[in-house]
Design a protein around this ligand. Structure first.
Ligand SMILES: NC(=O)c1ccc[n+]([C@@H]2O[C@H](COP(=O)([O-])OP(=O)(O)OC[C@H]3O[C@@H](n4cnc5c(N)ncnc54)[C@H](O)[C@@H]3O)[C@@H](O)[C@H]2O)c1
Ligand SMILES: O=C(O)C(=O)C[C@]1(C(=O)O)C=C[C@@H](O)C=C1
Length: 380
């Protein structure tokens, strides 16, 4: 089935605007609406569609309306959108499913036309400016039809998800929430707990200058929006608490193994105690957890191949001095290469960093040549 011809995105933040951009790429006519008019305007300025200032003026404007606001508001917004009859069918993108479904049911929404959904793709940034047209490429998108959901609604919303580049997976709302507790919500808390150790009062001197990619990988998602995550975690409290307790148990056990009784880390070991590096029962316990961890990583689909992206990333080493990025952009422009996105990997205090430039795959070789000609070290 082809992508729906007309889609209304209500809530034009990171997810709503990313979806709007992806659907526009496929020729869908997209209407944008947000409780914050500036967010809808910015999404429109980014090329995501046309602003619909008031839902009450949008009767019949879309085939599908996508609700992309925080989870606790989805029920009310579904009820309002259906009252305005803005679309034939409705879906949402909230990170939890039981709560919005219960709210929609309690409010007497029409559930035949509603397909609860959740893209398993996102970023630690929010708002329309963080949107990416290829955010959903190759990612899983959970669809949780209710007993009342019509097969037609499922077909059309599935076509929307496929048009966005994602891979639909059908599951039931409560099962979805249990699974995402393990694969998304608890991981967010674990990253947060680690990042919280980096508070200024706990950091000796310049310790963070030694931070490499490991710390960045482990803590990236902890930069997410606290208000949104507080809602997600409280809406999925039971399943998340279970996973976090199990992780805490593993960590407590390792802490116990690494700090044998009577010997706190940093002390001189008591005489007769094994010398660091000597194999011990404790080391075997730690290794067992490390092995379980390695096996777990191996089970994550796509982890090794990476997610397919629409753009090729070119890495360029740049000096940390004023005007360097401008020089880089000018050189790319002079070579006729359009930079679609940029990310800087840079450790504070170091004289160089790495600019990761996303470009269309057919422009990558030209950019690499231009960078080399300009004297920048590149990674081929
Ligand atoms: N951030 C992620 O990584 C991610 C991934 C998958 C799903 N989600 C889900 O997507 C939804 C949106 O998250 P986001 O990251 O795009 O957040 P965001 O903050 O970037 O965007 C949310 C937008 O909703 C608008 N909004 C708030 N209340 C509204 C209302 N009552 N009516 C209309 N608009 C309203 C806000 O003004 C904002 O523009 C959430 O339900 C979240 O759980 C987020
Ligand atoms: O990659 C990120 O930054 C995310 O936070 C994405 C992520 C995830 O855990 O995978 C987070 C919450 C969403 O509901 C879906 C996706």
């Amino acid at each position: 089935m082809a992508a729906p011809a007309r889609v209304l995105v209500r809530g034009t933040g990171l997810i709503g605007t990313s979806l709007a951009l992806a659907l526009r790429d496929k020729g869908t006519e997209v209407f944008l609406s947000d409780a914050d008019p500036a967010a809808a305007r910015l999404a429109a300025d980014l090329g995501a569609g046309t602003v619909l200032p008031d839902l009450r003026d949008g009767k019949g404007i879309a085939d599908v309306a996508v609700l992309a606001m925080p989870p606790a508001l989805v029920g009310e917004e579904l009820s309002f959108a259906q009252e305005c009859a803005v679309a034939d069918l409705y879906t949402d993108v909230a990170s939890v499913k039981v709560l919005p479904v219960a709210r929609a049911r309690a409010l007497g929404c029409d559930l035949e036309s509603f397909v609860p959904g959740h893209p398993l793709a996102g970023r630690e940034r929010h708002g329309p400016a963080a949107a990416q047209a290829d955010l959903f490429l190759g990612r899983t998108w959970a669809l949780c039809p209710l007993p009342e959901t019509s097969p037609h609604a499922m077909d059309v919303v599935t076509a929307l998800v496929v048009a966005a580049g994602a891979d639909p997976v059908v599951t039931e709302a409560a099962t979805h929430d249990r699974w995402v507790a393990l694969v998304s919500h608890a991981p967010h808390l674990v990253a947060t707990a680690m990042a919280a150790r980096l508070a200024p009062a706990d950091i000796p001197g310049d310790a963070l200058r030694l931070a490499g990619q490991g710390l960045r990988d482990v803590t990236r998602v902890a930069a997410g929006d606290s208000a949104l995550w507080a809602q997600i975690l409280s809406a999925n409290a039971g399943p998340v608490a279970e996973v976090v307790a199990a992780v805490a148990q593993d960590l407590a056990e390792v802490a116990r193994l690494l700090a044998p009784s009577g010997h706190t880390p940093g002390d001189v070991p008591p005489s007769g105690a094994p010398v660091a590096g000597e194999p011990t029962n404790e080391a075997a316990g730690v290794t067992a957890l490390l092995d379980r961890g390695r096996a777990g990583v191996g089970r994550i689909p796509g982890k090794h191949g990476g997610q397919p992206r629409k753009f090729t990333v070119v890495q360029v080493v740049i000096a940390d001095r004023p005007g360097e990025l401008a020089r880089l952009f000018n050189a790319a422009g002079a070579a006729g290469v359009n930079i679609e996105d940029i990310r800087l990997e840079h450790s504070p205090g170091l004289p160089v960093g790495v600019a990761e430039l996303s470009v269309r795959p057919d422009q990558a070789a030209t950019l690499l040549d231009a960078m080399e000609d300009g004297g920048w070290p590149v990674r081929r």
